[in-house]
Ligand binder design. Structure first.
Ligand code: NAD
Length: 486
């Protein structure tokens, strides 16, 4: 590993609106997956720091004149200022994310540098429009008022693959609702959180409303079960989601779980992949395959199988693999050596189970450092094989033949997961019919991505609850009815 002089050192944690000394001298040292250089160091929060952060969030929430009690337009104004401050730092945040997790910089600028401000503005607008109290006539003759009150102190646990975007699908609705938060980033991506919280501070987000505690999974588990927490928002692996869900089930604590996926792309016989190459790559290999909803099982009609396979092989084989910070890079490295070893073991397994590699499968010869793997396409894969069943979280696609559309849909639905999915064809009515029959939280037509205005989430082992859209705001609100209230 290479250490340079250009590392970023942070010595304090942001708790209660202040930069406070951490309880211990433990540190987290993020590493660039492109260069294997140490990028910096930040304090690692421990249980005592979590106690302080939860206490600060609790005090801010319980303050009789505090954030939760503010008029919605006052909260919305702060959120919009926060969006302005994030925009000023957008390029820096994108660079920090890209250098820590290997996301191609062109994507990081839009998603990690740009999306958080969009999310804040969307939810600021929504809370202004919705307000928090509605009046109903009452069926039994007396009027009621239904209040959408903030759920309380939120623990937000975020993964490394989209550290800002996935934080803000929690932060923006939670702030709009009037909640206060403790945010726990993943140890792989801690530096961007500092730029984010500096933006919050500069925007005048009140003390204690946002607290940030970089730490690993044990401390994350402690936060999830903390008595001062009212709601948990989690994005990460299905395995961790099950454990967090079990804790929250025991505590009867509301929880939103955004977990893993193994999404399907169904190619209809009239799909025109060459003209949709950019959309196809985005849907199936986004962020070096380290995206929960990527469509990595590709179902192609048998009578055109070899033609589609050639097209996919050409598209994937021509992608530029390189340093995440190079604007020309389309596929960056995997986040860590461990993650690459995991992906390589799946590639070996795919071959052992009879899959045929048509492109990729190795470490790129032109890169002598960094955790790179070539984007890889497997042909002749059975939907029962390991690489078609388990989430690989890397740039590995499995192309599976089908005979009838019913068979394709049945195979797409034959998965433990149900997060994303896509249908590719020129007859969009026919594609829409197929999309309706796929059992997942979201499906795209000739495209796959989320939209902040509509709900996002999974079924089966892909999660519980929804983020984004008005549904994502409701996830941070408790409903209270006041009866006989004119
Ligand atoms: P991970 O589950 O290992 O970690 C995610 C976060 O949870 C990290 O901050 C980690 O420190 C913390 N954590 C882990 N175990 C915990 C526990 N028991 N209690 C509390 N906190 C815990 O996942 P990862 O490797 O960082 O991310 C990759 C996974 O996330 C993939 O499975 C991917 O599909 C999933 N993901 C899902 C979505 C979605 O929206 N559905 C989005 C992105 C990533």
């Amino acid at each position: 590993m290479i250490v340079t002089d250009e590392t970023i050192t942070k010595t304090h944690l942001y708790i209660g609106g202040e930069w406070v000394e951490p309880s211990t001298d433990r540190v987290i040292t993020p590493v660039s997956p492109s260069t294997e250089q140490v990028l910096g160091q930040v304090p690692e929060a421990v249980e005592k720091d979590i106690d302080r952060a939860v206490a600060a969030a609790r005090a801010a929430f319980d303050d009789p004149q505090g954030w939760a009690t503010w008029d919605v337009s006052r909260r919305a104004e702060v959120m919009e200022r926060f969006a302005d401050e994030l925009e000023k730092r957008g390029a820096e945040i994108a660079r920090l994310v890209s250098s820590q997790n290997g996301m191609p910089i062109s994507m990081a600028q839009a998603v990690e540098g740009g999306f958080p401000a969009i999310a804040l503005r969307y939810y600021a607008g929504l809370i202004r429009e919705q307000g928090i109290e509605e009046q109903r006539a009452g069926v039994f003759g007396r009027p009621t008022r239904v209040r959408h009150e903030p759920v309380g102190v939120v623990a937000a646990i975020v993964p490394w693959n989209f550290p800002q975007a996935l934080a803000f699908v929690k932060i923006a609705p939670a702030l709009a609702a009037g909640c206060t938060m403790v945010i726990k980033p993943s140890p792989e991506t801690v530096l961007d959180g500092y730029a984010m919280i500096e933006a919050a501070h500069a925007a005048g987000v009140p003390a204690g409303v946002l607290n940030i505690v970089p730490a690993g999974r044990e401390v994350g588990a402690y936060l999830v079960g903390h008595p001062g927490v009212d709601k948990v928002g989690f994005t990460g692996s299905t395995e961790a989601g099950r454990s967090i869900g079990a804790t929250c089930g025991h505590l009867l604590r509301p929880v939103t779980l955004e977990l893993g996926g193994k999404s399907a792309a169904i190619l209809l016989d009239d799909a025109d992949l060459p003209s949709l190459a950019a959309e196809f790559v985005d849907a199936s290999l986004q962020n070096n395959g380290q995206t929960c909803y990527v469509c990595t099982r590709i179902f192609a009609p048998r009578f055109r199988y070899s033609q589609f396979l050639d097209q996919i092989t050409d598209i994937v084989g021509s992608l530029t693999v390189g340093d995440a910070l190079d604007p020309a890079t389309q596929v960056g490295p995997l986040v860590s050596e461990r993650q690459r070893a995991r992906v390589e073991s799946y590639i070996e397994r795919g071959v052992a189970e009879g899959g045929r590699i048509t492109t990729g499968g190795k470490r790129p010869a032109h890169l002598d450092r960094g955790f790179f793997i070539e984007p890889t396409v497997f042909a002749d894969v059975s939907n029962d094989s390991t690489i078609a069943r388990e989430e690989i979280f890397g740039p590995v696609l499995a192309v599976i033949p089908y005979d009838t559309i019913d068979e394709a849909i049945a195979m797409a639905n034959d998965s433990d997961f149900g997060l994303g999915g896509s249908v590719w064809g020129q007859d969009t009515e026919r594609a829409l019919d197929v999309a309706r029959r796929i059992q997942t939280g979201g499906v795209g037509i000739n495209f796959y991505s989320h939209d902040i205005g509509s709900p996002f989430g999974g079924v089966k082992a892909s999660g519980l609850g929804r983020e984004q859209g008005p549904e994502g705001l409701a996830a941070y609100q408790n409903l209270k009815t006041i009866y006989n209230a004119p």
